[in-house]
Design a protein around this ligand. Structure first.
Ligand SMILES: C[S@@+](CC[C@H](N)C(=O)[O-])C[C@H]1O[C@@H](n2cnc3c(N)ncnc32)[C@H](O)[C@@H]1O
Length: 227
């Protein structure tokens, strides 16, 4: 698994070098994200974040009353960054971070988490792995547990040409940076999600500072375990 993501790791290791400590008391600089963290934290004793980066979503969830969190990320630098905050803020009995990918999800007990966060990760994975992560999250999260998921914007034909993506499969690309992009339409996203989750709410998150939008879904785990 790790080799396929060598360029991904390099990219994110560079991005997460020298990031400053994250404090749970600092609000996330985006109202939609802040509201979503509040929603997932309500009545959740523990949360899992796959592709957690520096852990900022999980740290903020601690502020909203979550008791324990686990973050997994393929980038050693991202996890170093998260652990720096853990140590400085003495959160070592509440926040746990591990370096790795999909394979780590398989080691987590079924029905053991109240909720999970998947922010800008599913559409940056190889499609087969992305489906596997959704399956695993469905297994790990308790019945009717909450899942927050966020996707990159759909990339139209004109932009694809402009960005000079390398097409690996239909609608699956490698960017010049080495990052993967599974270009998912809204219909395709819903088809994937409906397999395991009920959609409670969908919204567009605006990031004016990056001139970007993301597609976010509030989900509930379906009670019938498919795997
Ligand atoms: C766009 S960033 C999002 C970070 C964080 N979720 C957030 O919203 O701030 C994507 C993260 O996913 C991680 N990632 C990418 N591919 C991964 C994989 N195959 N397994 C685990 N983590 C991965 C990257 O290292 C990076 O930290």
């Amino acid at each position: 698994m790790t080799n396929k993501y060598e360029n991904t790791k390099k990219y994110w290791d560079k991005a997460f070098t020298n990031i400053s400590t994250i404090n749970p008391t600092d609000p996330i600089n985006n109202l939609s994200l802040e509201k979503s963290i509040k929603w997932i934290s309500e009545d959740s004793s523990n949360l899992l974040d796959f592709g957690c980066g520096s852990g900022k979503i999980l740290f903020r969830s601690l502020f909203y009353g979550v008791g324990q969190v686990l973050g997994i990320d393929i980038s050693q630098e991202a996890i170093n960054c998260a652990n720096k905050s853990v140590n400085e803020l003495e959160l070592d009995n509440k926040a746990f971070f591990e370096v790795g990918g999909n394979e780590l999800l398989k080691e987590i007990n079924s029905n053991s988490y109240d909720g999970a966060v998947l922010f800008n990760i599913i559409d940056n994975l190889i499609p087969m792995d992305a489906v596997m992560v959704l399956e695993q999250i469905h297994r790990i999260v308790k019945d009717s547990g909450k899942i927050l998921i966020k996707f990159n914007p759909y990339i139209n034909k004109k932009l694809k040409e402009e960005f000079e993506f390398r097409e690996l499969e239909e609608e699956f690309y490698e960017e010049k940076t080495g990052l993967y992009i599974w270009n998912l339409s809204n219909e395709k996203i819903k088809e994937l999600l409906h397999e395991y989750f009920n959609i409670e709410q969908e919204l567009i998150v605006e990031f004016p500072e990056y001139n970007q939008t993301n597609r976010m879904y509030y989900l509930r785990n379906k009670n019938t375990k498919i795997i």
